[in-house]
Design a protein around this ligand. Structure first.
Ligand code: TYD
Ligand code: MG
Length: 455
C-alpha cells in the first residue's frame, strides 16, 4: 500500500510544501512550516468541495444574469457606503482588517445599529457586557442587535441558522475554531476552515457577512492570501491610534471600485464622517509648505506637503521622507539641485505629508519640489495655490490623470489658483491656473520667482 503522503503548510502565509522545510519559500519566514495532519486535511477538503458545490445549478444564459443594482442596499453610513461602492449586496463577504484598537468593533456596532433588520454579532474577543458598554457609548443599544460570545464556528452557524439575521458580524476570525480541525485557533488551517464555512453560509442564505481580521506586525492580514481569495471585499482600517482620523480603504472589491477611501473621525461617541479636510492643516503660511491634490481610488484628497531643508552636519546628509517614497524624494532632490540650481547636497532634507497619509500618486511631485525649493530659499509659496504635476528627471512637468477633478476639489476647499502641467487643461475654469511651461522655468529659476513671494 502506498504510504500516505503528508502535506506541510506555512502557518504565516498558507503556502504548501510536500516536505518539511525550515524556511518558507513563499514568505521567507523561519520555523513556520508545520505538517497538516490527516484530519485537518480531510476536513479542509470537505469544506472546500462543499463550498464549490453550494448553489451550483449548471450553466445559465448570459442574458439571464441579473445585473440591476437594486439588490445593493446602502447602509446609511456615508463613508462606509462610499468605500463599499454604494452599499452591500446579498451574500457579500467582507473582510475588515486593521490593527488592534483602530476601531473595527466600533464600526461593526455602528453598522449593526444603522440597518433596519436584525444583526447577529458573534464575538470571540469580548464579553456581552463589554459590547453592551460600547453600544451604550455609541447610542447603539438596540433590540435588533443579538450578541453571541462564542468561538466555536459550528455554534455560530447553528445560531445563525436559527435566527436568520439580516447581517452576520464575526469579531474576529482569528479567535474562531472548528472542533473538526486539530490545530489551534488563529492558525492558517483554522482561519481558512472557519472562514470557508461562514462564507458558504453567507452565500447560501444571502446574508452579508463581515469578518474582522487582525493585522500582523508587518501590516499583513494574518493568513492573508487564503482569506483574500475567499472574500468579495477586503477593507483595511488604517490610521494613527493617537490621531483621531481613521481611513477605511477597499483593497479589493468585487462589487465596486478598489482603493476607494473613506475618512472617519473617532469621537467620544464613535466614528463620524470626517468634516472638511483632515490632510490639509491650513497652518499659518510658512516656507516649505505646498498643497496638492492626490487621488485615492476615485476620491480627490487635498494634502499639504511640508519640507524642511536644514544644513547638514558632517557625513552623508539625511533624506527623510514620511508619507512619500524615499527613493522618489532622493530623485526629486536631485532634480531640484540640478535643474533648479538650488544646492541640496550638503543639506538635510525632511518631507512630511500632513495627516499621516501615505501617498503614491506622482501628481504630488510638483508640490514636493515646490516645498523643497521654498524651504531651501526661505521664500513663501503663493498663498491658496495647489501644485499639480509629475516631475521628470529633466525637470519637465508631466500631465496628471483627472486634472479637472483635482482642480474642482481644490477650488471647493477655497484654493484660488493652481500650477499645473502645460498640456492638460481642456476647459477654462474660473479658478486661476498657471500652466507650467515646465523645463525652462524650473531650470532658470524664474519658476521659483513666479511662484513665490519674498518674506
Ligand atoms: P475598538 O473598536 O475596540 O477597536 P478594535 O476593535 O479595532 O480593536 O476601538 C478602540 C478604540 O477606540 C479605543 O482606544 C477607544 C476608542 N473609542 C473612542 O474614541 N470612541 C468611542 O466611541 C469608542 C467606542 C471607542
Ligand atoms: Mg475589537
Amino acid at each position: 500500500m502506498a504510504r500516505q503522503s503528508s502535506i506541510f503548510e506555512c502557518t504565516a502565509c498558507g503556502a504548501r510544501f510536500s516536505q518539511q522545510v525550515g524556511k518558507c519559500g513563499s514568505c521567507k519566514a523561519f520555523g513556520t512550516v508545520e505538517e497538516l495532519r490527516g484530519a485537518i486535511k480531510k476536513g479542509l477538503d470537505r469544506a472546500r468541495s462543499a463550498f464549490a458545490q453550494s448553489d451550483y445549478s449548471g450553466p445559465i444564459s448570459l442574458m439571464d444574469v441579473e445585473i440591476s443594482d437594486s439588490s445593493r442596499t446602502p447602509i446609511g453610513l456615508t463613508e462606509l457606503d462610499r468605500v463599499l461602492g454604494g452599499g452591500v449586496v446579498p451574500g457579500m463577504v467582507i473582510l475588515l482588517g486593521g490593527e488592534p484598537g483602530i476601531g473595527k468593533s466600533t464600526l461593526l456596532l455602528q453598522w449593526a445599529a444603522k440597518i433596519p433588520g436584525e444583526t447577529l454579532y458573534a464575538s470571540g474577543e469580548e464579553s456581552e457586557r463589554q459590547i453592551r458598554i460600547r453600544a451604550q457609548r455609541l447610542g447603539a443599544e438596540l433590540p435588533t442587535i443579538r450578541l453571541l460570545a462564542e468561538t466555536d464556528v459550528r455554534e455560530i452557524l447553528a445560531a445563525a441558522d436559527r435566527m436568520r439575521p439580516d447581517l452576520l458580524l464575526v469579531d474576529s476570525i482569528q479567535t474562531l475554531y472548528d472542533p473538526e480541525f486539530e490545530s489551534s485557533a488563529g492558525s492558517v488551517g483554522q482561519v481558512r476552515g472557519c472562514a470557508t464555512l461562514l462564507a458558504r453560509w453567507a452565500k447560501s442564505s444571502g446574508t452579508p457577512l463581515v469578518l474582522v481580521g487582525h493585522v500582523t506586525k508587518d501590516g499583513g492580514l494574518a493568513g492573508p492570501k487564503v482569506l483574500e481569495h475567499l472574500v468579495d471585499t477586503v477593507l483595511s482600517f488604517e490610521g494613527d491610534r493617537h490621531h483621531h482620523h481613521r481611513m477605511l480603504r477597499a483593497l479589493k472589491n468585487r462589487f465596486g471600485a478598489a482603493f476607494e477611501l473613506g475618512v472617519f473621525a473617532m469621537m467620544e461617541n464613535g466614528l463620524v464622517p470626517a468634516e472638511g479636510n483632515p490632510f490639509f492643516l491650513e497652518t499659518a503660511p510658512s516656507p516649505g509648505c505646498a498643497a496638492t491634490v492626490v487621488l485615492s481610488g476615485t476620491r480627490p484628497v487635498v494634502i499639504e506637503i511640508q519640507a524642511l531643508v536644514a544644513s547638514a552636519g558632517l557625513g552623508i546628509p539625511r533624506r527623510t521622507a514620511l508619507g512619500i517614497d524615499s527613493q522618489r524624494l532622493a530623485m526629486l532632490c536631485a532634480v531640484v539641485e540640478r535643474r533648479g540650481g538650488i544646492q541640496l547636497h550638503d543639506r538635510d532634507v525632511y518631507i512630511n505629508v500632513a495627516g499621516g497619509l501615505e501617498i503614491e500618486d506622482p501628481a504630488a511631485d510638483l508640490a514636493v519640489v515646490a516645498a523643497l525649493a521654498s524651504s531651501a530659499t526661505g521664500r513663501l509659496l503663493k498663498a491658496k495655490c495647489a501644485f499639480l504635476g509629475e516631475v521628470g528627471l529633466t525637470g519637465e512637468v508631466r500631465p496628471v490623470s483627472q486634472l479637472q477633478l483635482r482642480l474642482q476639489e481644490s477650488e471647493r476647499l477655497g484654493f484660488e489658483c493652481a500650477v499645473i502641467p502645460a498640456s492638460g487643461l481642456e476647459r477654462k475654469m474660473q479658478f486661476e491656473c498657471y500652466p507650467e511651461k515646465s523645463v525652462e522655468r524650473i531650470r532658470n529659476k524664474s519658476w521659483l520667482e513666479k511662484n513665490t513671494e519674498d518674506l
